[in-house]
Design a protein around this ligand. Structure first.
Ligand SMILES: C[S@@+](CC[C@H](N)C(=O)[O-])C[C@H]1O[C@@H](n2cnc3c(N)ncnc32)[C@H](O)[C@@H]1O
Length: 257
């Protein structure tokens, strides 16, 4: 395969519209004016040490991969199979160009997080970075990742707003106990009815306690928090059934309802 010249790369980068991932494609920056600067490289630099350096023989699924920055980084660490999925074809086209320029054998597929069950495959590492707050049904997405594709590690990141405190929650409260709901560190998921940061795709933004509680509730044990928004988790059993709506589940033993 003949290598693309810088001019050819620049022309193809520009033809693919605005990039969210700033990547260096043989000297061509894809989003040099990003509002978060050299993103997500600057983010990755803060938690890269928390992921295995050598991924030889491992499989990786990057959910909401965008232009493939993290998927390509995982391939660079030697992963045997890397699949990036996203529901936006525009970003997938960018990811395919990035993989072509970097000559990386990474597959990119148009698939929503809600449809991951269609893959029929589990992965050693699942990345779920920067997607949760873009979803109308965030806990459903975590449940699906747990039930359908995660085999061991989940690397999770979410925008978080509100307090970083963690309020120690009890297993249960009396019906008339209400004060804990107002504690800044009680798990809170803030609903965005309209837009946040000019982006109508922002729906639910957790505080730190809520990110952690949702991960545990979906069946992920948090093993490390290498960066304020990033959690490295291990798949485990879900502490209680996912509920009456999805999937339909019998009433837990000893439940009052
Ligand atoms: C803020 S970007 C994060 C990109 C990348 N994971 C990162 O951390 O830099 C959110 C991405 O999630 C994708 N996305 C949104 N809803 C999705 C869905 N239902 N299924 C899969 N991807 C989705 C968007 O298209 C976008 O590429």
């Amino acid at each position: 395969m003949v290598a693309l010249s810088q001019d050819e790369i620049r022309a193809r980068v520009e033809a693919l519209g605005d990039w969210f991932h700033n990547m260096d494609l043989n000297g061509v920056a894809t989003a040099p004016d990003h509002f978060l600067h050299d993103y997500p490289r600057n983010k990755f630099n803060r938690f890269a040490h928390a992921l295995p350096q050598d991924l030889s023989g491992m499989s990786v699924l990057d959910v909401g991969c965008n232009a493939g920055f993290y998927a390509l980084e995982m391939k660079r660490r030697g992963a045997a199979r890397v699949l990036g999925v996203d529901s936006d074809e525009r970003y997938l086209a960018q990811a395919r160009l990035a993989a072509e320029v970097q000559r990386a054998d990474v597959e990119f597929r148009n698939l929503s997080v809600y449809d991951l069950g269609a893959l029929g495959e589990r992965f050693d590492i699942v990345l779920f970075m920067g997607v949760l707050y873009h979803l109308r049904h965030p806990l459903l997405a975590l449940d699906i990742i747990h039930d359908a594709v995660a085999d061991d590690l989940l690397v999770f990141q979410s925008m978080q707003r509100g307090s970083d405190a963690i309020h120690p929650t009890q297993a249960d409260y009396d019906f008339f106990d209400q004060e804990h709901f107002d504690a800044p560190g009680y798990p809170k998921l803030h609903f965005i009815e309209h837009e946040y940061a000019g982006d109508w795709t922002n729906w639910w933004v957790p505080n730190a306690a809520c990110s952690q509680a949702m991960l545990r509730s979906a069946g992920f044990e948090i093993v490390e928090r290498p960066e304020a928004e990033v959690y490295v988790c291990r798949r485990t059993e879900r502490p209680k059934p996912a509920g009456a709506v999805y999937p339909a589940a019998p009433k837990p033993e000893g439940s009052r309802r």
